[in-house]
Design a protein. Structure first.
Length: 560
């Protein structure tokens, strides 16, 4: 951290983030962009301060093909990269990284953003902003609350990777300050983020937010962040975990059942806002920008870039970058809600894509699915798996989720590609998991939350057995999370926080090998395509080596 802080100190002292300002404050030469200029005491519109705030948004997480060109979920048992080489996600999936080359390192990005938020928080009150929200909150408080939300989110992004990290408060370090800063415990960080969410939530914009401010966090976003945070804190990895004999890593010592209750209450507070709900069409959640399931997203505009990157490779301009696994395909049961292993499910191994969970068809390109007015061909020698050296599916599947309504078109159609960071479907599953773990057996509230997800998926029947135990409901909730939230960057963290990665991520992954016979008959065979590996040290990412060597109080994570 020390070298990082030194690297940016001159920005606060002399100019003000020269690189970012060059693009957002072009009217004034870089050398004149001082704090006084950005936080102008005579600028009642806050134009420069608003640009500075918007620049912080550029540090927000992205979801699509962000880890060396791949989805993070391609480092889980849900997918692999179609690029058959030593990709970044392959390093994550097999643990072939060190503290000098962690492929998902977000340390510098998040602390850069935290520094910017602190500068903003310390200076925005100098700007005499006019106007208030409809509830009477002055815009100075609103913008400061926005910055605090962003800061809390950046801290969460850090702690879910590294465990406890240094908490800086509102301090903006100056030359000569002591930069040997120790890590706070995970428990300290959880309490800090929780307190920030509680203190800022009522100063954020109310829900539903108007379309012109769709990119800004609302009260619902703060509540959803708190709910996710507390769910993680209640989970086995942190809750009495004694990780590698080092309780100091988390700051927690004993299992505390009450943490599940706190997480459930936090998730239920989002429902209590009575604003959010499940969109009737699962696919529209991701491609229709304004819907009532969306809570907070990073704006990405309307385009077809992801369609081109992830569509099956046999179509013009398509790269087919992502290969979902057979394990994920098998997790999607039948439309009657039964697993494909259930003899009563109706699953047919010689016609494996018939009558599946409707979310299956919105998540996968499979052999025979329609795209750009022709059937997808993932049989050996087919248009989308021709063999040879060109990048193509390694599993018999491509990723359909997040892509537009292009089935009957002949060319890609632009549509919303926002990175949805919080949505109501996740909140329902967070609530169901936390409440189920708190109770001795699931109550009707748990059933209602899970069945709402299954009902929207159009499972028939969507209802669950009324006699489920706590353990059997846990399995169903974990299963629903995998299907509902696939490729939204939850699986990678869920399996870790459940402390199941040493089993789940130490495994061979499979694909579907399909041959088309001369008669036109298709044959299907599950075959191994990839092997994952997981060691206990991988539950937490390594602190960047440069931070440990520059800061003599920075303690590295165990075994790194």
């Amino acid at each position: 951290m020390k070298n990082y802080i030194y690297k940016f100190l001159w920005v606060a002292v002399i100019t003000l983030f020269a690189v970012s300002c060059k693009s957002t404050l072009e009217d004034v030469p870089v050398e004149q962009q001082t704090l006084e200029f950005v936080f102008d005491k005579n600028d009642s519109a806050g134009s420069n301060a608003n640009r500075f705030l918007f620049d912080i948004y550029t540090h927000l997480p992205v979801l699509f093909n962000r880890v060396g060109g791949d989805f993070l979920d391609a480092a889980t048992d849900d997918g692999i990269s179609s690029l058959n080489s030593n990709t970044s996600v392959q390093q994550l999936a097999q643990g072939t990284y060190t503290s000098t080359n962690y492929p998902d390192d977000q340390w510098a990005n998040c602390y850069a953003a935290i520094r910017q938020t602190n500068i903003f928080i310390n200076n925005i009150d100098q700007v005499p902003l006019l106007g208030k929200l409809s509830n009477g909150t002055p815009y100075n408080k609103v913008w400061k609350a926005e910055a605090k939300f962003l800061r809390a989110l950046f801290y969460f992004e850090l702690v879910k990777r590294y465990g406890g990290v240094p908490l800086l408060g509102d301090k903006v370090f100056q030359l000569g300050d002591d930069l040997n800063i120790p890590r706070n415990s995970f428990a300290d960080c959880v309490q800090y983020i929780k307190n920030e969410c509680d203190s800022m939530k009522n100063n954020l914009r109310p829900d539903p937010v108007e379309p012109s401010n769709l990119m800004r966090p609302t009260k619902g976003a703060a509540l959803a962040l708190k709910a996710r945070l507390l769910l993680y804190a209640a989970s086995p990895l942190y809750n009495g975990g004694n990780i590698d004999g080092n309780n100091a890593l988390t700051g927690y010592t004993d299992y505390d059942k009450e943490r599940w209750n706190l997480a459930a209450a936090a998730a239920d507070s989002v429902r209590a806002e009575n604003v959010f709900g499940l969109d009737t069409a699962f696919k529209d959640v991701f491609i229709v920008e304004y819907n009532n399931e969306r809570i907070f997203a990073r704006i990405n505009g309307s385009n077809s870039s992801l369609d081109k990157e992830d569509s099956p490779m046999g179509y013009t301009l398509s790269n087919g970058r992502t290969s979902p696994t057979q394990e994920l395909a098998d997790a999607f049961g039948m439309i009657n809600g039964k697993d494909i292993t259930d003899p009563a499910s109706g699953y047919n191994s010689i016609d494996p894509y018939k009558n599946r969970d409707p979310r299956f068809y919105k998540t996968f390109f499979y052999n025979g699915s329609i795209w750009l007015s022709r059937p997808v061909e993932t049989f050996e020698g087919g248009a989308d798996k021709p063999g040879g050296t060109r990048q193509q599916t390694r599993t018999g599947y491509y990723l359909r989720k997040f892509l537009g309504d292009n089935e009957t078109l002949t060319a890609f159609n632009d549509h919303s590609h926002d990175h949805i960071l919080f949505r109501y479907g996740e909140v329902l599953l967070n609530y169901a998991e936390a409440r189920n773990e708190y109770l001795d057996k699931p109550d009707q509230n748990v059933y209602n939350a899970v069945e709402a997800i299954r009902r929207r998926a159009k499972l028939s029947p969507y209802q669950l057995s009324a006699t489920l135990t706590k353990d059997s409901m846990r399995i169903i909730i974990h299963h629903e999370r995998r299907k509902e939230l696939a490729f939204e960057e939850h699986r990678y963290w869920d399996v870790r926080r459940w402390k199941e990665a040493e089993t789940t991520f130490n495994t061979s992954l499979h694909g579907m090998l399909i041959y088309k016979l001369g008669s036109g008959t298709l044959t299907y065979q599950k075959v191994p395509v990839y092997t994952m590996a997981f060691a206990a040290k991988m539950y937490f990412a390594p602190i960047p080596y440069s931070e440990v060597t520059k800061n003599n109080k920075m303690v590295q994570n165990p075994q790194w």
